[in-house]
Design a protein around this ligand. Structure first.
Ligand SMILES: Nc1ncnc2c1ncn2[C@@H]1O[C@H](COP(=O)(O)OP(=O)(O)OP(=O)(O)O)[C@@H](O)[C@H]1O
Ligand SMILES: [Mg+2]
Length: 383
């Protein structure tokens, strides 16, 4: 069984059922049944998938949940790779190798022979931190082309496994920022060389993820099925939240949950966060409690939020703030909007807007311009 799945089983039940980091097992995971079916269907039919969504909606948690299910069937082996901290192909190779080592490298007596062979074929060595025992991978001398060779060796190793392999590469948009211009092409040819391996590409920069797979000049063009993740429906969230409250003799009404859902714009993380605080502090939730929690949460983030004004130009900051205040804003270049917030010339607003959109600080959803980070939007709206 996969090590991290063993971890779930061994995981102590959380004191607070509204978990804020990663996946803690089915009991603390709300709905997503249709999305799980869709993923299953893609994998059953040998399709690679691109999972994209606005931030913090639950992409990574959904994949963990799905992988747990796949592993339970006994037919699949799953590998979860996170590219967030990678900046070069070498980093990427090291990350993939470490995940493979974590899954297959350890045996009862120490270090698996297959893994030893794999590392030596890659010219890599592994050492262990004398204090923590954590493995540290050294890839040895790198020359042009060695990354492709290493990826091939890793692919061969996985192809030899008896069970079907499904790999998720999370934060895959990082590849577009690598030093090497041909990084996307290298990964694309890797996936083509190993057609038996299924890939799920996921990322937190929605626009970039879609561009990588939908732009016909990019290597990954039309190489995977695009799957967009939407907010969990309110009617699914109500029984989930109330169930956890009830189990502890606590209450929260449908209307209150709807209020939180709207304030959070349906964003899973924000809903979880508000419920986590309410659950910890109150037995019978009253509307004023909810207001108090909003305020506490925003106050806590104040230090981080205040930095945004330093990161942006004056116009960008003013446009950004005005968008938060007007949510949902449909026409950011209208005279009314520009005059009301005294933003200056429409062309300047336009330039500022483009740059805010490029970094996904501002996103357009169903025609509405929104400050992407929900909590930041709620904080700025009050300025
Ligand atoms: N279905 C769910 N039920 C309950 N909590 C969930 C669910 N999905 C996600 N969460 C929680 O919501 C938060 C955000 O989830 P996650 O990190 O998976 O989102 P993400 O889309 O990968 O975010 P990012 O854009 O930062 O990569 C986490 O705290 C996670 O535990
Ligand atoms: Mg994520």
């Amino acid at each position: 069984m996969r090590n991290d799945i063993v971890d779930y089983i061994l995981m102590k039940p959380p004191n607070n059922p509204f978990v804020l980091n990663t996946y803690h097992g089915k009991k603390y995971f709300c709905d997503r049944e249709d999305d799980l079916d869709k993923l299953q269907n893609h994998i059953d039919n040998e399709r690679n998938v691109v999972l994209y969504a606005w931030r913090r909606l639950g992409k990574s948690a959904l994949i963990q949940r799905f992988f747990e299910e796949l592993e339970d069937t006994g037919k699949y082996e799953t590998l979860y790779v996170d590219f967030l901290a990678t900046h070069t192909i070498e980093d990427a190779v090291r990350t993939i190798t470490t995940v493979i080592y974590d899954k297959y490298g350890k045996t009862k007596t120490g270090f698996s022979a297959a893994m030893q062979k794999l590392l030596s074929m890659m010219g890599a060595t592994i050492s262990f931190d004398p204090y923590s025992g954590a493995p540290e991978l050294s890839l040895g001398l790198r020359q042009p082309g060695t990354e492709e060779h290493s990826l091939d060796v890793l692919g061969e190793f996985l192809r030899e496994r008896k069970k079907k392999i499904v790999i998720t590469i999370d934060e895959f948009q990082q590849v577009a920022h690598y030093e090497q211009d041909n990084a996307e092409a290298i990964f694309r040819s890797w996936t083509q060389k190993f057609p038996d391996i299924r890939f799920i590409f996921s990322g937190s920069h929605r626009t970039m993820m879609v561009e990588m797979f939908a732009d016909n000049s990019r290597p990954f063009y039309q190489s995977a099925q695009l799957m967009s993740l939407l907010p969990i429906p309110l009617e699914k969230y109500i029984p989930f939240i109330q169930g956890h409250f009830k189990a502890k003799g606590k209450t929260i009404s449908n209307e209150q949950i709807e209020m939180i859902y709207t304030w959070a714009r349906g964003q899973t993380y924000t809903i979880q966060l508000v419920c986590n605080y309410l659950y910890a502090q109150y037995t019978q939730v009253k509307d004023e409690h909810i207001q108090k929690i909003y305020q506490d949460i925003l106050e806590q983030q104040q230090g981080i939020f205040a930095n945004f004004s330093k990161m942006l130009t004056r116009t960008q900051w003013n446009v950004f703030k005005a968008i938060a205040k007007e949510e949902p804003l449909y026409n950011p270049l209208s005279k009314d909007f520009i005059q009301k917030h005294r933003l200056g010339a429409a062309s300047t607003v336009n330039t500022a807007l483009k740059s805010l959109q490029k970094s996904e600080l501002v996103v357009v959803d169903d025609g509405a311009y929104l400050v992407h980070e929900v909590l930041l939007a709620r904080w700025m709206a009050k300025l």
